[in-house]
Ligand binder design. Structure first.
Ligand code: GLN
Length: 497
């Protein structure tokens, strides 16, 4: 007979007592869950029956001029005007997230956004996973090279060369489909701006992109020229996740039909296509001044997400650090697993996991701040745990012995003697950790978190001045980190001496 059984026999009254209680509790929990589920699906149903007064989150590309791009910090372009006009005519609101093309599609799959408008081609493959609106623009692929490049006149001249295309785009699919035949390599990049830069700087021989976009860039002096015939196909459509947001899709189609009929649609096209040079960026300083507010809001988000995440990481790290030196094998095991998992996997992987992966799993979107803080604090918490453990273990064991022989208990000795000394030793490493975290927070741009580098990217995506913009962003990071270091060192001197 096991100990468990024995206990059951000896205490029939108490088990007989607690089981119904546990069952009742389970019943209540289950009931609540069902209720929540019911309310949830009822809400989902009402949101399917109409769009009026609702706000929908719409994902888009960072820059895909003339369809979406920033002008004086504001998102504009054919897609933006179109979705806003349709929202107005159909009585709903939109919140636009400028995520980048591939990230927008991932966000749609994970229900992080309700719809995507991003010069997105309607293809049979995509129709398996998304539902598309009626087509609203005819497009297709073209190849462009640097303006001063006279060696590449067609696909035949690409042998042994590298070309660029946008991750997850039709341009990429097309380039890959003919890469073998012509003997070139395709490198995928996330942004139109970096693709153009690669071609201009010579690191790629050519770019494959949609021809209306290449033509618009060329008219704006992007420094490229188109060399091949257009490959037709791929009309643009507005997309929602398959079977989801049917009302939104219906409203888009209704609005589009009205705008085509009353000439509004043509007006939007003319605004951008009739004279593409009109939107050409002004001087660099002009742009800098105009984008300064965006950079400062990026800096604010960078600092905020770092501070919140660092506080969480400290709490997690202290807990795990003490658990690691505990005499309880289970606590030690949990802490060691935590440290190993988060130290042994890349930060970016967790950003994708929390923002795209887990929402898909649970069928619930996760707020970008929550995803960002979880990513940074769990990663950093693992390192803080090691700093805490190392700090405590580095205090001479004689200190603990001496304190205990003076009559203080274990807990009191730790609290009064060991931990204060350990903390002093930990401080420089913790400051380091804080600085690393501030820099690492830039990785969150991959999920569209509007931090400093993300804002920089948005700016150079619109003005094509990658180097200058990056220098400015770098300078802001540097100043922020210097200031933070000074502050932390001051606090260290203040409290630790
Ligand atoms: N039309 C292309 C596609 O859907 C590219 C879209 C984009 O880069 N924004 O794949």
């Amino acid at each position: 007979m096991t100990q468990e059984d024995e206990r059951d026999l000896k205490t029939p009254v108490s088990t007989g007592h607690s089981w119904p209680r546990v069952r009742a509790l389970l019943g209540v929990v289950l009931g609540l869950l069902l209720l929540l589920g019911g309310v949830g699906s009822a809400m989902a149903q009402t949101s399917d029956s109409g769009v009026e007064g609702k706000t929908f989150v719409i994902g888009t590309d960072t820059t895909f001029a003339p369809f979406e791009f920033r002008q004086d910090g504001e998102l504009t372009g054919i897609d933006m005007d179109l979705i806003r006009a349709i929202a107005e005519s159909e009585g709903f609101k939109v919140e636009i997230r400028s995520l980048g093309f591939n990230a927008a599609l991932q966000a749609l799959t994970s229900n992080q956004v309700d719809g995507v408008i991003a010069g997105m081609s309607i293809t049979d493959e995509r129709k398996q996973v998304y539902d598309f609106s009626e087509p609203y623009f005819e497009s297709g692929i073209q190849m462009a090279v640097a303006r001063n490049n006279d060696d590449i006149k067609g696909y035949e001249d690409l042998k042994g060369k590298t070309v660029v295309a946008k991750t997850g785009s039709e341009g990429e699919t097309y380039a890959k489909s003919i890469a073998g035949k012509y003997g070139f390599t395709v490198k995928s990049l996330d942004q139109s701006a970096t693709m153009v830069e690669s071609v201009k700087s010579g690191s790629a021989a050519a770019v494959f992109d949609d021809y209306p976009v290449l033509a618009y860039g060329i008219a704006q002096n992007s420094g490229l020229k188109a060399v091949t015939d257009k490959v037709p196909g791929g009309s643009y459509g507005f997309a929602v996740n398959k079977g989801k947001n049917t009302a939104l899709l219906g409203a888009f189609n209704d609005g589009l039909a009205k705008m085509k009929a009353n000439g509004e649609y043509q007006k939007i096209l003319d605004k951008y296509l009739a004279d593409p040079t009109a939107a050409a960026p002004s001087t660099f300083w002009d742009l800098l001044v105009k984008s300064f507010p965006a950079l400062m809001s990026g800096l604010k988000n960078t600092l905020l997400v770092t501070i919140i995440s660092f506080a969480v990481a400290m709490a997690l790290g202290l807990l795990a650090g003490f658990m690691k030196i505990s005499r309880n094998i289970l606590l030690r095991g949990i802490a060691t697993t935590f440290v190993n998992v988060f130290r042994g996997t890349p930060l970016l992987l967790w950003a994708f996991m929390f923002y795209f992966g887990i929402p898909q799993l649970i069928g619930q979107p996760i707020n970008i701040w929550v995803a960002g803080v979880l990513t940074l604090s769990l990663n950093s918490g693992a390192y803080v745990a090691e700093i805490v453990r190392g700090g405590i273990q580095s205090v001479d064991p004689g200190q603990l012995e001496a304190s205990r022989s003076l009559g203080l208990g274990y807990g009191k000795s730790m609290q009064k003697v060991v931990v204060p000394q350990a903390f002093k030793m930990m401080t420089p490493s913790l400051i380091n950790q804080l600085i690393i975290m501030l820099k690492d927070s830039s990785l969150l741009l991959a999920i569209g978190f509007a931090e400093l580098l993300y804002q920089g990217q948005q700016i150079y995506a619109a003005n094509f001045r990658v180097t200058e913009t990056l220098l400015i962003v770098g300078a802001i990071y540097f100043i922020a980190i210097m200031a933070l270091t000074k502050l932390a060192n001051f606090a260290d001197r203040r409290f630790n001496k």
